[in-house]
Write a protein that binds this ligand. Sequence first.
Ligand code: MF3
Ligand code: CO
Length: 261
Amino acid sequence: MIFLKTDEEIELMRESNRLLGMAYGEVAKAIAPGVTTAQLDKIAHDFICDHGGIPSCLGFEGYPATLCTSVNEQVVHGIPSDKVVLKEGDIISVDGCVSLNGFQADSAYTFPVGEISEETMRLLRTTKECLYLGIEQAVTGHRLGDIGFAVQSHAEKAGYGVVREFVGHGIGREMHEDPEVCNYGRRGNGIVLKSGMTLAIEPMITLGRRNVIIEEDGWTARTADRKPAAHYELSVCVRNGKADILSTFDYIQEVLKDKLI
Ligand code: MF3
Ligand code: CO
């Protein structure tokens, strides 16, 4: 069942997404060689709680942290740990959710740690482009498959893999609502998008082959070939003519400035 949101509900979702975006700004300030992913998790956890939000990944289906911190070949759901120390040249995908005023926020961002290779930089850039191309399709009258098609064709043109095992989703009072938003698909396929639908669009793109495996911890998904993967996510509201982006990377961008990819 897909829940269309009222304008009032959309503004509440923008608020929860702003808090998540601000927490990511704090995380962005801390990302550097020598920092552990557990330290990043604590920064996000404390910031969200101090501002009246609930870090809603924590405890979700037993997930043990506020953030998912997926490093290099890890695609999604990497568990923060004091044993994972970032080093120059790594990439780290930070994903998390906030609940505020009864509405969920969800977004993700892949950060470079110090200087990264040109090859990996191109992966990050292309994955972010995939996200915005997908969002361009999230308009009234288009179909769900148009989003997947836009993401997939841009990634595959660049020679990258599109992860199939994890997908975007509707979002609202629940973190995961209908519909599933695949990062692959055919133009003109799937349900018709309506104004007021809220979707978390989240391409997960691999430098090498698209296959993933789940690590022993039962959560961490990594590429089978151990080549890097990137993940960017924004929650959006479908509108006539142009999607309304509810999440924000603004606080991250303020921190990254000239290092922006
Ligand atoms: N933020 C993730 C998503 O995009 C959810 C993470 S799963 C959790 O759907 F278990 F970590 F919460
Ligand atoms: Co999501």
